[in-house]
Design a protein around this ligand. Sequence first.
Ligand code: GLU
Length: 517
Amino acid sequence: MNLKSKTVRTRFAPSPTGFVHIGSLRTALFSFLYARHNGGRHILRVEDTDQNRQVEGAVENLLKVMQTVGVEFDEGFYFNADGKLSERGEHGPYLQSKRLDKYREAINTLLESKNAYYCFCSSERLEELRKEQMALKKAAMYDRHCRNLTSGEVAAKQEEFKAARKNPVVRFSIPVEGETVINDLIYGQITYDNKLLDDQVILKSDGFPTYHLAVVVDDHYMEISHVIRGEEWIPSTPKHLLIYKALGWEPTQFAHLPLILNPDKSKLSKRQGDVSVEDFLKHGYLKEALINFVAFLGWNPKTDQEIFSLDELIKQFDLSKVNKSGAVFDDNKLDWFNSQYIKKMPSEELANVLKPFWQEAGLLAPSPSGGGSGRGFSDDYLSAIAKLEQDRLKKLSEIGESTKYCFVAPEYEGNLLIWKKSDAAKTKEALLSLHDLFVQLADGDLTQDKLETSIKKFIVDNNYDNGSVLWPLRVALTGQEKSPGPFEVASLIALGLGKQEILNRIDTAIEHLNVVA
Ligand code: GLU
């Protein structure tokens, strides 16, 4: 029996520094998928040991984003029934600043076993050292000055620090010889020469551990089986492995995820507007599309299938199908995923997710209950608009611009009314006759099919060209150079705004032509 086969427990361990980077979503998603695929548990631990980088409300924000996109946690932080941030699970606390006693205990063990030592070096000395090393083109590394102090020297220094109300830091003693080998589940075996590893600070003078110590202690006590994180943490991993060894603990397994790159292969921008999950949602990417897209940032099912629901991802996700090479973040691909999901949605559902975007564009009043459609537009009408746009829409945020004419009369340049093979006079004449035609049509005649039949007959009876009638009618109704066809648009406007609105828009078009002509 493989003694190592234990329950899969993965964790997402963000530092609460504000918005959620798309790369963090990828880490959280892969760690969640791996846990679920293996019937394991997924833990949310918050790494707040860097007290200078805390952002108020960051954990709430992170959790809200994760909830929105469907990444779940079984332990750690969650929102209770009152919507308040709470903790659950038997391995808590899940906030590092509440676990200082555990870190202190580990540090004491390391100090006692001589795997760690106090360092009294001033920042000036360290800076001087760094400059010297740079001048010699050497890697910046602590010179282990305090590692070699005698116990007498240490005691004297400790007295000196006490008197000055200062605290020394504690550094980890990296073995002077040998190699440390990472067996990464994605990158394979990576060997580090211990000589090249720095004696990392593990306890800062403010009494907080550094990330390197805290991550090992927490992963150990939280019984994490697999650490899944970005490849930027690979160089830290040998240090973590050495800390595990010094504490006599069995290390977790490691799986590092490939870098996320811009299409030009540079490292993905860190600018918030470009990469925050909150912004992607705000700009109208569906959570399903975002998750599907992010899953493909480094993972590949090795089949032709591209559309995956979260459940399908859980079924198929495997670390063996994660690539080593950088994953290109391609906006066009994200748009493609989004349009695929938009096309598949029932139009009522699409109308529902579009409501906030229409409201944002000032076209729909927010309804007091948050439910109905507000400002007198029926849900049927909104669904019909959604249906009409469904095949063209890439981002929900485009809906205000493309469907404004469904809510308010369009504004446009009169010249746009004139079809390329027509002129102002002929256009005006066509619109005047169209006006008469609409006056005669009963409400029941305003369906798309019936309109198509009657307008086509009208064109033939009057000896018009299709273009010289259909083009100005469509522009009169939409004000757009490109839009769905005139029959669809006219029946839609009749449904939502009534026949009179069609007549008004034809009148306005005729007025525009009076100016042009
Ligand atoms: N707190 C680290 C971060 O912000 C976590 C790194 C890890 O997963 O070990 O990314």
